[in-house]
Design a protein around this ligand. Sequence first.
Ligand code: ZN
Length: 50
Amino acid sequence: MGDSAWWSCPECGSYAELSAEETVGFTVECPDCRGSMVSQWVWEETSTAA
Ligand SMILES: [Zn+2]
């Protein structure tokens, strides 16, 4: 098993789930607009300050 990470494209808003092991240290190219995607490790869980 491996960690997966969500990646989002700030340019067109696309999301992609990719293997963290394959993408660590690399720039992920957006399949839609060829922009650079950014990793969203905790995109669903929101850590709120207690
Ligand atoms: Zn894009």
